[in-house]
Design a protein around this ligand. Sequence first.
Ligand code: NAD
Length: 475
Amino acid sequence: MLANYIDGRFVPASGAAAIPVLNPARGTVIAEIPDSSRGVVDEAIGAARRAQAGWGAHTNGERAAYLKRIAAKLRDNHEALARTLSEEVGKLLDLARAEVSTTANFIDYMAEWALRIEGEIVPSDRRGETILMLRKPMGVIGGILPWNFPFFLIARKMAPALLTGNTIVIKPSEETPGNADFFARLLDECDLPPGVFNIVHGTGKTVGEAISSHKGIDMVSFTGSVPTGIEIMKQAAANVTKVNLELGGKAPAIVMDDADLDIAIPAIRISRILNNGQVCNCAERVYVQRGIADEFTDRFVAAMEQLSFGDPLGNAAVDMGPLIHEKAAKRVAGMVEAAMAEGATLLTGGAHREVGGGHYFEPTVLTGCAQSSDMIQKEIFGPVLPIHVVDDLDEAIAKSNDSDFGLTSSIYTKSLSNILKATADLNFGETYVNRENMEAMQGFHAGMRKSGIGGADGKHGLLEYTQTQMVYLQN
Ligand code: NAD
């Protein structure tokens, strides 16, 4: 059974119930984790609290040196990390490799902010007074992670938190704990002061709730689904703990009559199947203008029909791996069945397929889904794309904005006027023009509406892990 990493040591969780971890492509058990108790969470938060004052007293440059050492360790173990990730998430090996590289690059990127985090000098309205705004660490961060980009998300929380003088307790997803254990083993070789970085394994109900409701946590940084985000806000409210929430998405891709389909079709296709259709900011619905709708739909369906799927670590090269588990495949199947029962037309795919112990969903395209239907309004998180025909850009924008989610949007057009209108009127944290996700680490990944509170990456993501203190100096 994997051990927790607390106060610089790997600590077995004796007596805790064991949770099996499956390879989603084979259905085989590849590890076990403990469902750690609230007492273990207390220990980890206590260690992080004790470590914080000393860690906070380092200079940013000193802390950055540790981060760079960790990034170098990840690069030294690149291929083994990618295989671990592919094995437990079911993601294609090339994507897993890219995730490991991005993670190392992200840690280096955050380290490079060391000499650039500045306070402010604010003008005073009193004679002889100087007003300073200082930036201080939040204290102890609780990081709660999903399973879809689990390795990158450790760094997305750990790197800005540690650089700015915080310590952290991470709870990996119970579906994908192995990459976090690997991360901790490499970090353990970097001589980080004990307690600065901790990992506690377990379920959301035990470890997740214990972290987000704990009065020793100064900020909960969560990435996951909207319902869990709501629970975490409720738990954090008891201690008025700051929350940073990166939640789900339902990204619209708008395809105008003047779009270059040689760009739009491959971009939307790769977005829809990336990570086997399980990405928060990938295209989840298309609004295509009537004049080009038939051509777009025919070519898009043909492109989806060319895709192969299977075990990413098997012998044959595949375009897509399995969904994370059987429950996810059944949920996607249920959404497709419901859409068809409501009158949608299935253009290709539509079936849940169990192959070699893995649960796959065929690349699927639907049309004729009502704007109010679950297929248009709820996150699918599988390789299923509803195509909805619109008359003009106004209708496409109105229907795009008609959503609880506000993470990502995209538009394909050659018209500057369309681009200006769409970027002004689409209410999403990200808008991509003539391309799909992914986001840049120097940007700011943040969702509107129920897609989240606060954001990650870049200068603004870094500053989320700080709080301000105003100092009034009167001479
Ligand atoms: P999830 O919400 O089911 O679980 C996420 C984490 O929360 C897990 O570690 C889980 O154990 C924990 N958890 C569950 N219940 C909890 C509770 N009551 N209290 C505290 N913690 C709890 O999400 P998931 O299925 O792991 O991930 C998929 C979701 O994540 C999708 O909705 C996706 O859009 C979203 N996501 C968003 C982003 C983003 O940047 N906005 C990135 C990746 C994934």
